[in-house]
Write a protein that binds this ligand. Structure first.
Ligand code: TPP
Length: 196
């Protein structure tokens, strides 16, 4: 599966949801499909997209939060899985695109290329729903099921170690930060995914 195809397949459903991504290839690919003010691309702070997503999910329980992470990034913040599991926000969907590589900095292999299983680690950390998918069809099904289940979910999507030619876009970090903050403030009043 190509990550861009997985992103394309669920892009339409991101419209009213809060989206946080890691930097590099994932951010560039999502932006290539069309930037929205509810998308935040966490630059530099490698590993912390899921932690940022956790904070937002806890402070906006009425909104679905989606984090697009990478294997290299989550491997730098495995303790974050235990914190996610401890707080268990029902409105957080954690997607980890596992290309077994640090693609954005040259493609060095990560530990998932030698057998480390992030889905098993997420489940062992206490994440209530954790699945691995290998096709776009399975990814879309897992994505929709996670949102319908309204339960903290980790989806590990095994993808090819391929991405865009360049990872730098013309959207500056500060511009994205202020735009996203304004959107979050406005979004506070709306309720599209009420807690049960
Ligand atoms: C603390 C820190 N270390 C290293 C980097 C450099 N860096 C930026 S992206 C990246 C690779 C991310 O790998 P992964 O999460 O697997 O995503 P991929 O690039 O494969 O899509 C690295 C090492 C950084 N930004 N911050």
């Amino acid at each position: 599966m190509k990550r861009i195809d997985a992103l394309k397949a669920i892009y339409a459903s991101l419209e009213e949801r809060i989206v946080v991504t890691i930097m590099g290839a994932v951010a560039a690919e999502l932006q290539s499909l069309g930037h929205r003010p509810n998308f935040f691309y966490l630059q530099h702070a490698m590993g912390l997209a899921s932690s940022m997503g956790l904070g937002i999910a806890l402070s906006k329980p009425e909104r679905q939060v989606i984090v697009f992470d990478g294997d290299g990034s989550i491997l730098m913040n495995l303790g974050g899985l235990t914190t996610l599991a401890r707080y268990r926000p029902r409105n957080l969907l954690h997607v980890i695109f596992d290309n077994e590589s640090l693609l954005s900095v040259g493609g060095f292999p990560t530990a998932t290329s030698t057998g480390s299983d992030i889905t098993a680690m997420a489940a062992a950390a206490g994440i209530p729903r954790a699945v691995t998918v290998r096709t776009v069809e399975d990814f879309v099904a897992a994505f929709d099921e996670a949102i319908a289940a309204h339960e903290l979910t980790t989806i590990v999507a095994k993808v090819d170690a391929k991405g865009p030619a360049g990872f730098v876009t013309d959207l500056a970090l500060l511009e994205n930060r202020f735009e996203f903050q304004r959107w979050l403030k406005k979004a506070g009043a709306r309720t599209t995914h009420p807690a049960p």
